[in-house]
Design a protein around this ligand. Sequence first.
Ligand SMILES: NC(=O)c1ccc[n+]([C@@H]2O[C@H](COP(=O)([O-])OP(=O)(O)OC[C@H]3O[C@@H](n4cnc5c(N)ncnc54)[C@H](OP(=O)(O)O)[C@@H]3O)[C@@H](O)[C@H]2O)c1
Length: 264
Amino acid sequence: MTLPRMQPGDGVAWITGASSGIGEAVALELARRGWTVAITARRLEELEAVARRSEGLPGRIVAHAGDVTDADSMQAVVSGVEGVHGPIALAFLNAGVAPYTRAGALDIAAFEKAFAVNLLGAAKGLAALLPGMSARGRGQIAVNASTAGYGGLPRAAAYGASKAAAIHMCEALKFDCDRLGIRLQVVNPGFIETPLTAKNDFPMPFLMKMDEAARRVADGMERGGFEITFPRRLSWLIKAVNLLPYPAYFWLVAKVTGWDKRKD
Ligand SMILES: NC(=O)c1ccc[n+]([C@@H]2O[C@H](COP(=O)([O-])OP(=O)(O)OC[C@H]3O[C@@H](n4cnc5c(N)ncnc54)[C@H](OP(=O)(O)O)[C@@H]3O)[C@@H](O)[C@H]2O)c1
């Protein structure tokens, strides 16, 4: 079956985690490309500020606050958006958090938070979207995971594991989604300059600006392949490193991340 790639005429777009960062930038990029974009996050004031930035663009942005960790909230947002603006044709399940944790004092709350938002938050978004899209026999959903989900990185036990699980979830669901006429995609960005990475105190090779990342996401949605990943040099490098035998993998990752020189 050839899956359609959604166009603005097919319905509206919905983005979670759009009060800042990549979600905000993708919302503005889709509005530039003519979409009506419903945006969701917990902070309504920030969402409304993003919506105001769409004035004068070919499309528009509308704010619908919600918490991705709450399944009822996700159902209510999807029903609210579809009731007012029509069917959601394209969704970007992007909300995420990146708590670090170290082995010396393993922080269970970091695992709970990362999995609640990054994995279960995306699953709750999917659960709210899939019945309507299945009934219509068409739709397109992209889940934002991360190249950090490809393999273990220092301090990223909680974040990386939740992103690996998100990639796995999308791979597994794609088989069913294909049959339902729903194009499911996974987005695996490298390092993007956002509030989330502002706290990072380690080298971030090929760091990309948010607006460029947003263009790559929107282009990837228009192209339609399963994985949207950028910068490609970094993602192919990480994919290659993950094929190495473990001793070489750990040595190289420690070098590239500066872990071998850290004293903390
Ligand atoms: N920046 C990078 O280098 C990078 C690389 C790979 C993947 N990613 C992924 O990209 C996504 C966006 O990250 P970002 O870098 O743009 O960070 P960001 O600016 O911190 O954005 C995170 C967004 O998620 C929302 N969010 C967090 N918890 C939420 C919840 N419980 N319910 C609803 N929304 C929630 C935040 O809004 P509220 O606080 O208002 O709820 C915010 O809008 C994340 O999934 C992240 O893992 C980022």
